[in-house]
Structures are given as C-alpha cells and as structure tokens.
Design a protein. Structure first.
Length: 298
C-alpha cells in the first residue's frame, strides 16, 4: 500500500536509486565495445545471486516458490521478463550507439505514456491538464520525426517497453523483490544459452577478454539489481506525488551526460522537442500534486 506520508528513509532510498540509474550510462558506455546482447545476458545472469541473497536475507523465498508453482503467475512473469529484457537491450544499445539523448527522451516521456495507458486500457479519466501534457509529448515526438525523417525508435521503444512492463507488473501478485528474482530466473536459461553460443563460436569476451571487461560484466548484476531493489523499498515509504517528481532525476542526469560527457549533438529539433517535453512534465506534475489521493498506476 502506498504510504500517506513521506518518510526520510523512503526519500533517501528512492533518491539513491534514481541517482544510480542516472550514472548508469557511464557504466554502460565502458561496455560499448561489447555486443549489447552479451551485456544484457550478463545483466540477467549476475542479478540472480544478488536478488537471491536479498530474498534469503529477508526470508521471502517462500513467495518465490509459490510463484513458481502457480502457472498463471508464472505466465504473467514470462511477459514482464520479456518486456524488461527488451527494455534493457534497447537501453544498452542506445548508450553504445551514441543515442543517450534519445534514451533520456524515452524516460521523460514514460510517465506521460503511463497515464495514456491508464486512460486507454483502464478507462481512467484524464484531466484537461493531463490531456494537454500528453498532447505536448506527442507533438514533440512528431517534431523529432519530421526533422530527422525517421521515428525516434529508441525513445519510443524505451517508453513502450517500460510502460508496458510497469502496467503488466501491476497485475503480478508478488512483491517487487520476489518478482524481480522470478523474472531474471525466467530469463536465465536463454541468457546461458546465448553466452554458451558465444563461447562455442569464439566471440565471447568473458573469460578471454581483458580483466577490466570481465570485472565490468560481473558488475552488471549489481548495477541492475541493486537500484531496482533499493527503489522498490523506498517507493513504499513515499507518496505517489513525491515519486512522480523524483523520477525525473535519472533522465535529467542521462540528458546532461549525453550532452556534456558524451558530446551528443543537441540539434535544433531537440532544442524544440525537449523543452516541450519538460513543459509537459511540469503540467503533468502540477496536475498530480493537485490530486494527491490519486491511486498509484504501477
């Protein structure tokens, strides 16, 4: 249940998680020379022991065993696992391909896409301000599409995959930490199969690569699992409106990293589209703060 009041512990935990997600592009950029699929496979594989230890420590393994024995819950987890793996794949590829700005755009758009999903799939009524915010986001995407002559696939791919993941995750009747371990366990067999194939084909970097690369691949589990679990525990201790504001920390840091560190071009179309998105988010946040009792959407 969502807390009615903010707690200092919840604020620290959630902020820590968003800051960790904000610096994640720097970590992923260091792995840019490794195929994205291999990076994702290591994110999956090395998340399992970390998530498992957390559940062992919190004594919640019984929940996981119940989920593994429940076909309906297992089927739902297969869907959420597929969606989060797609999201990770797009993100890793985007950072490696010099499209971190589009990744930031995708995560900026995501909350607006979530309220759009709520309206379309759950029949939630949108206020005029929320409709305006969604329209501004759509107009910004249209501007980027017309200016570049192509659809911003990375931004929309991240938006749709994460939005659909959050929507489906809402229907998964299991705690966030247990659900995360269930998802990575489901993804482990294909991850092992892919890594085994890279070893047999002689393309694997793990084990044969530089010590630095091996260390970074091993660390993929920590940079994947730790912020997700920190966030899951912090979110329970915060109001929805507070979480709604804090969620802009990560894409803002990704945006600044893309421009100031990676040197990605902030071209005229983006100079128009990003302020439109920022304005949409201000409008969205304002409408949310006026309705603090609105139930969480995921």
């Amino acid at each position: 249940m969502q807390a009615n009041e903010d707690s200092p512990k919840g604020f620290v935990l959630a902020t820590t998680a968003y800051l960790m997600w904000g610096v994640l592009p720097l970590y992923m950029k260091a792995l840019a020379h490794i195929p994205p699929a291999e990076v994702v496979a290591h994110r999956i594989l090395w998340s399992v022991p970390i998530a498992g230890l957390v559940l062992l420590w919190t004594r919640r393994l019984a929940d996981l065993r119940h989920a593994l024995r429940t076909p309906r819950m297992l089927g739902m987890a297969v869907i959420t696992a597929a969606l989060i793996s797609v999201n990770w794949g797009i993100y890793v590829w985007a950072i490696a391909a010099g499209q971190a700005l589009d990744a930031a755009l995708g995560y900026y758009i995501n909350p607006l896409f979530s309220i759009f999903l709520g309206a379309v799939l759950l029949g939630e009524r949108l206020s005029r301000l929320q409709l305006l915010a969604v329209a501004l986001a759509g107009a910004a995407v249209l501007i980027l599409t017309l200016a570049s002559g192509r659809i911003p696939v990375v931004a929309l791919g991240l938006t749709f995959s994460w939005g659909a993941y959050a929507f489906c995750k809402k229907s998964l009747p299991i705690g966030p930490n247990q659900g995360f371990l269930l998802e990575v366990l489901i993804l482990t067999p294909p991850a092992i199969a892919y890594l085994g194939w890279t070893v047999l084909s002689g393309d694997a970097l793990f084990g044969d690569g530089a010590a630095g690369d091996v260390g970074l691949l091993l660390g993929c589990g920590a940079v994947t699992a730790v912020p997700l679990m920190i966030y899951a525990n912090g979110a329970k201790l915060l109001r929805l409106s507070t979480i709604g504001i804090l969620q802009y920390i990560a894409p803002t840091m990704i945006f600044l990293t893309a421009v100031l560190v990676f040197g990605e071009a902030f071209d005229p179309a983006r100079r128009v589209a990003f302020p439109m998105i920022w304005l949409a988010l201000v409008i969205y946040t304002g409408s949310m703060l006026r309705r603090p009792k609105r139930p969480a959407t995921g």
